[in-house]
Design a protein around this ligand. Structure first.
Ligand code: ARG
Length: 606
């Protein structure tokens, strides 16, 4: 992977013209980094590698700025050479190759290299976006990326932790897919294990004719609780529950059918949520790996990786602080076993190049241990397959305590989504939108706002932090919220749509001369940089911040630059500044794409 990146940046630096023939996702930041990196190597060939030179966007003095001179000075000084930062900067500039994204370069003290971008080149890129939409460069080596997310447990509540995993995992999948990777989204549902013995035993008691009639277990949680009570209090039931586990594991048809029924009830519940949130995911629960678990256990056993510990079979790696439990003392397999089998299957059968696990940070030790043990026993070769853990913090209630209902129960996701929709509608009605929008538009708007704000509130926080779930906050129409962004986008769309017949001549050049137009263009073009950052640290708040930046920069532009002139008497449009309308269209394209990558539906009116 590193090689591929190095190769790509080499290609870039050898070009004096940035090629946009087949794509519009130009990463100005990384192009500048490789240009400067090469210039530094050329200027100071004897200096050790200084890593990526610091290049940053958006100073008052230039479009981009490189400030690696200080660092170079220090290194030279250590070698006995005394040079001023300005002298270093000048030498680097001399060695900087020609590149058509750069208009002008100069040096200001102490050692800052200022870069001004070429308006013509940026116009050319934006023109491409206008004509072809946002299109990433076709990857020469797309990766097979498996994203393991959502993954609730059968017969247990899908809780807010699973909601976070669902939202983050879905958005990550969208980003990797958009860039051009081959993504497999997997739902590693907890659908196997000893608890199914209790559930099946209770099903047989309560609904003996379950084979012919579908049992009304709409409240599986209650059902689960009841079976647990019986399991703990009634020795006869307990024995039968164990018996059921054994029968299920040996695939006795009746038991398998009972198990399937129970899974179906849960699946229906999960599916309701996925449908509402527009989540695409393939279910491949722990049960899928049943025979593979047996095989992997045999393999580990034969190779001598398993150790007896009080009847359990455990596995260590020299690096891990805790072991994995591979076989329980009753002979059953565990969460660890299924993850080891799944990892092997994903590498060998799915040919994964990269596997990303999205769960709460509480599971980080589990995945670290899994990774270390898998490397230790040779299942995972980290030079061939990347394994990443994407953890996240806890969702808190407004009292900053664990998110619970008033009565102290876990919050039901369906209820939460319903409440979101109701609140979104209230908000729209409060603004009188029900009088302007058709019923259909209102319905689209309320779900876009409700689900959009729930997703955005999650994604806009650094994922590793806890965050407070507050409908009031997330439904605010000012500040960094989904509502603000959705309004901003519908406003841009209505500017374009309200031109009526005034859209004839779109052949004018995109207008970039006004300071605010230029600022907007540069802000928009950071998109590719943001996406590539997300593929490195899996933090989607970068994209949220970017979109918020785009929306506020657009507002500045719109406040300062007339897009149309109206007749003060009749209110009719008299003049259209086409070059600016084009900028509006391009902004809408970036915003729509960005919001879609966050899993947020946009609307044309709200
Ligand atoms: N079912 C698990 C839970 O609810 C999450 C599974 C995550 N994925 C995995 N491969 N272990 O905590």
């Amino acid at each position: 992977l590193k090689e591929a990146v190095a190769k790509e940046s080499n290609e870039k630096s050898n070009m004096d013209s940035v090629n946009i023939e087949d794509h519009s996702l130009i990463n100005l930041h990384s192009i500048l980094i490789s240009l400067f990196s090469n210039a530094i190597k050329k200027a100071y060939p004897t200096l050790e590698d200084i890593g990526q030179p610091a290049v940053s966007a958006g100073s008052k003095f230039a479009d981009y700025q490189c400030n690696a001179s200080m660092q170079i000075c220090k290194l030279l000084k250590a070698k006995g050479e005394n040079v001023s930062p300005n002298a270093v900067a000048k030498k680097v500039v001399e060695c900087l190759g020609q590149c058509d994204i750069i208009e002008k370069v100069d040096v200001s003290g102490p050692g800052f290299i200022n870069v001004w971008l070429s308006r013509n080149k940026l116009r050319e890129i934006l023109q491409y976006v206008l004509e072809n939409k946002l299109k990433p460069k076709p990857l020469t080596n797309p990766q097979r990326v498996i994203i393991d997310f959502s993954s609730p447990n059968v017969a247990k509540e899908m809780h807010v932790g699973h909601l976070r995993s669902t939202i983050i995992g879905d958005s990550l999948s969208r980003v990797f897919e958009f860039i051009g990777h081959d993504v497999l989204r997997l739902n590693h549902i907890g659908d196997w294990g000893t608890q199914f013995g209790m559930l099946i035993a209770l099903l047989q008691d309560k609904f003996p004719d379950y084979k012919t009639v579908s049992p009304p277990i709409n409240d599986l949680q209650e059902f689960y609780k009841q079976s647990k009570v019986l399991f703990d209090s009634d020795p006869e039931f307990k024995k039968r529950a164990y018996d059921c586990v054994v029968k299920l594991q040996s695939m006795s048809p009746d038991h398998v059918q009972a198990w399937k029924l129970i899974c179906d009830v849960s699946r229906e519940e999960f599916q309701k949520i996925y449908k509402r949130l527009n989540i695409n995911i393939i279910e491949r629960g722990e049960s899928f790996y049943q025979s593979r678990m047996e095989n992997v256990v045999k393999e580990l056993e034969n190779k001598g990786f398993l150790e007896n510990d009080d009847g359990r079979k455990i596995m260590w790696s020299p690096e891990s602080s805790i072991p994995l439990t591979i076989v329980k003392s009753d002979g059953g397999f565990t969460y660890d076993t299924s993850d080891m089998a799944a990892l092997k299957q994903r590498i060998e059968e799915e040919k994964a190049d990269r596997i990303i696990y999205v769960t709460d940070s509480g599971q980080s030790v589990h995945f670290e241990t899994l990774k270390k043990c898998a490397i230790h026993c040779g299942i995972l070769d980290p030079s061939k397959v990347l394994m990443d853990f994407v953890g996240f913090g806890v969702v808190l209630g407004e009292d900053k305590k664990k998110f619970k209902t008033r009565s102290g129960d876990t919050v039901r996701l369906v209820g939460l989504l319903d409440e979101g929709v109701k609140r979104a509608r209230d908000k729209l009605v409060e603004k009188g939108r029900d009088k302007v929008l058709t019923d259909e538009e209102l319905e689209l708007a309320e779900t876009a706002v409700a689900y959009g704000c729930i997703k955005y509130a999650d994604l806009c926080h650094n994922r590793s932090h806890d965050y407070i779930f507050s409908f009031d906050k997330m439904l605010e129409d000012k500040g960094n919220t989904a509502v603000y962004l959705l309004y901003a986008l519908t406003r841009i769309r209505s500017i374009i749509n309200n031109l009526g017949t005034h859209t004839q001549d779109l052949n004018e050049p995109i207008s970039l001369d006004h300071e605010k137009e230029w600022k907007l263009a540069k802000t928009l073009l950071r998109f590719s940089e943001v996406l590539s950052k997300i593929t490195e640290d899996f933090c989607l708040h970068h994209l949220c911040e970017y979109l918020y930046d785009v929306a506020t920069t657009f507002n500045e532009f719109y406040d300062n630059c007339y897009c149309i002139e109206k007749n003060s008497q009749t209110g009719e449009i008299e003049k259209v500044y086409t070059g600016r309308i084009l900028l509006c269209k391009i902004t809408a394209e970036y915003m729509n794409t960005g919001l879609t990558l966050l899993g947020i539906n946009t609307v044309s009116r709200m």
